[in-house]
Unconditional design. Structure first.
Length: 244
């Protein structure tokens, strides 16, 4: 299982890249101007040769230089670090389920969802509006979207001239990952989220993806129920340890 976890973690970092990175004795320090913990945290990929205490202090200094809170992502690859960070005053937050879809066999007849290659400025503006992303973070998010190297597709659903839902998919190594799935507050519980996901998955299947994964906040039962209906199951959980 650990090999699969490592593969998914690497793909997820490619799908949501940081703006700057540093490799430090098997740890990957990611910096993204404070936009999302994913792009602003330490990711542990391999075992260390330097003492944990020394490495943590080094990371704290590097994040301080960027005016960022020091944040560690804890996955099954780094569970041995979790108790150490807790004792060192790091708070646990953002418990997340990594859900996996083992086999895509959807045939989507949806005609409402429009899918395009890449991330256009129009799609980005719609996503920022639906998700209420601040102007400062929107500028950083644009940079992150532009830094994604694997094949990327964006989807939009409109009701008349109004955009009611949008999402993004990234395909790499036969996997499709779903990101930025959002439905406007006024149009939720109308099936748009399911239609959007089915369209992206079906489109990814036509472009060579046979498996998928998605990251969803563990407390978001409505979203998790939707993904379960689509065939996703939880493979593992991850969370962040953060010191202000």
């Amino acid at each position: 299982m650990m090999e699969l976890v490592k593969q998914i973690e690497e793909m997820s970092m490619n799908a949501h890249p940081a703006l700057n990175t540093m490799l430090y004795d098997g740890w990957l320090l990611r910096f993204g101007e404070g936009y999302t913990d994913r792009a602003n945290s330490v990711n542990i990929l391999t075992q260390s040769t330097i003492s944990v205490e020394e490495k943590i202090r080094y990371c704290e200094q590097k994040y301080k230089e960027q005016s960022l809170a020091t944040t560690f992502k804890i996955t099954p690859l780094s569970l041995d670090l979790d108790s150490y960070l807790e004792k060192d005053g790091y708070q646990k937050n953002s418990l997340t389920d990594l859900m996996i879809l083992d086999g895509i066999n959807l045939t989507c007849n949806d005609t409402e969802t429009m899918i395009f290659e890449g991330v256009s400025e129009a799609w980005a503006r719609n996503y920022f509006s639906l998700n209420e992303v601040s102007a400062d973070h929107a500028d950083t998010a644009r940079k992150i979207f532009q830094n994604v190297l694997p094949a990327t597709y964006t989807a939009t659903i409109c009701q008349g001239s109004t955009v009611v839902a949008c999402g993004r998919s990234v395909i790499e190594h036969g996997y499709v990952s779903l990101y930025n799935i959002i439905v406007s507050k006024e149009h939720r519980r109308c099936g748009y989220g399911r239609n959007l996901c089915e369209a992206l998955l079906s489109h990814a299947f036509l472009h060579g993806a046979h498996q998928g994964y998605i990251q969803v906040v563990a407390s978001n039962e409505k979203a998790k129920n939707l993904y379960k209906q689509l065939g996703f199951t939880t493979l593992y959980q991850y969370w962040y340890r953060k010191k202000q």
